[in-house]
Design a protein around this ligand. Structure first.
Ligand code: CU
Length: 123
């Protein structure tokens, strides 16, 4: 019985790794001048990969549909940005990423995962 539980646990872990890191069909969206809507539901940010330009103000509007309290916060690690996301109420998060690079944004327990790709400013 314990062995079965271990196997199931391993399978679940492998699936999670595949889902988050290897699954290639994650839509990628380029941020424009207006606010970009991001739906928070079902364990994923939609879209979850966002391209932005360094030095250009970025406006993201999170729309949280997931009741799970863990989804109530979004944290941009490496950027010092975080925000509370009220349920069913759009919450705009605005900041200007100054340095090019890749930044993860997650919920409190990092179940929700997104990536912000900041490209160097065009000359
Ligand atoms: Cu979470």
């Amino acid at each position: 019985m314990t062995l079965l539980v271990n196997i199931l646990g391993l399978a679940a872990a492998a699936f999670i790794v595949w889902w988050f890191w290897l699954s290639k069909n994650r839509p990628e969206v380029k941020a424009g001048d207006g606010a970009l809507d991001i739906i928070v539901d079902g364990g994923v940010y939609e879209p979850s990969v966002i391209r932005a330009s360094a030095g250009k103000p970025l406006r993201l509007r999170f729309i949280r549909k997931d009741k799970n309290p863990c989804a109530e916060k979004v944290i941009f690690s490496g950027l010092g940005v975080s925000a509370d996301l009220p349920l069913g109420q759009p919450r705009e998060v605005g900041f200007t990423p100054e340095n090019p690079g890749e930044y993860e944004f997650t919920c409190q327990m990092a179940m929700y995962r997104g990536k912000l790709i900041v490209e160097p400013a065009r000359q």
